[in-house]
Design a protein around this ligand. Sequence first.
Ligand code: NAP
Length: 431
Amino acid sequence: MAFFHARKYLLLSRSLSSSLYSSRWLHVCVVGSGPAGLYTAEKMLKAHKGAEIDIIDRLPTPFGLVRSGVAPDHPETKDLKGIYSAREFVWWYNGHPDYNNLTPDLNSTDTAVVLGQGNVALDVARILLRPTAELATTDIADHALVSLQESSIRRVYLVGRRGPVQAACTAKELREILGIKDLYVHIQEADLLKSSADEKEMKNSRIQRRVYELLSKAATSQHAHPISGQRELHFVFFRRPDRFLHSDTGVNVSGVHFEKTHLQGDSGKQFAVGTGEFEDLDCGLVLKSIGYKSVPVDGLPFNHRKGVVPNVQGRVLGDTSEHAIIEKGLYVVGWLKRGPTGIIGTNLFCAEETVASISEDLQQGVLTPSSEPLKPGRQGLLQVLDSKDVRYVPFRGWEKIDMKEKIDGSLRNKPREKITSWEELLHVADG
Ligand code: NAP
């Protein structure tokens, strides 16, 4: 499979196979060990006793976003110091080995602007605002904890281009950030006014209704001004970023220039249009959290507009055309299948659907080997890796990493102390 040739380091799972071995030829290779991949492996094993499953990953550690956090994938170039994508920031505080050197400066400003109001935006705002004594008992990377302990950031603006009814976050995550101890929350009351299109949207969506209610309640239950020393969270609606402002030296970001917006379009499809009025927000840190886009995988068809691999209920299609035919034996799951939406649990249903498609194909004989020789499965994969001189970390290597992280964590009252450099990860895995 072409798509793992590009990867330098791979995690190869231990043999996940049932003792009731009835369909020995059913070899499945799952690429990616995030929630979607692992749910798929689990459901395959439940549905097909005897299936043999290998899971490969780019990193020597499994679990994808469960370990390293979720992140937008909009590859805009950075222009100024102090501007990061939420992806970089989330990976940094989660100890992802590609981002342990990010070292965002949290010490030269008291104000951060987060662009976007989805759950990732709430995640990064919460990390900036939550008391570090509470973070210290989580598995946050140590370098991030130290930096947050020294952080001078006291005020975070969460800025959305649409209104509170359209905020992309979910109620649970919103409740969590609103519940931060001793936090001053500010929302302009005028932003909470609803149009008839908003009312209709809220009627049709329980999530939107809950989010709006929580925001309204937060808006009215606060003092007019923060008490001295209180950390502040400001929800700002109807503003779209126009450009970044920079300091006199031209090196650091000093603010964001926003255009005010209003909404147009039918209920459920309202979009933001600029009003021609502008406003600046001063800040020394900007985190861009405006969603994700999957990147194409070598050797797989890709729908660039939707950012997904074209598929029918998980069955990969040969191309994006109307008459595309199904690629036998190739399936997709997770964000690459359905686009960048949903909470972790959404992957469970997504995996179920893909596994149901595999089961159906098996039943109908689509995948049953006929006169063709049996595919070599895991042995074939190992041969490919050897022939390409690809170094991989087997499952027992991850178990060593896992054990060390847990032991180191227990010494500091944390669930684990993550290893954050490639060198150390590979050293421990080899040890
Ligand atoms: P998201 O939910 O798609 O939110 C993106 C935000 O960016 C929205 O507020 C969107 O506004 C805004 N945006 C997009 N393009 C923009 C632009 N050009 N200019 C200004 N604003 C723009 O993305 P996400 O927060 O990255 O989360 C991705 C998925 O992961 C979501 O399904 C989320 O629920 C999930 N997630 C879940 C958890 C959890 O379960 N705890 C944690 C993190 C992430 P518009 O609405 O106007 O487009």
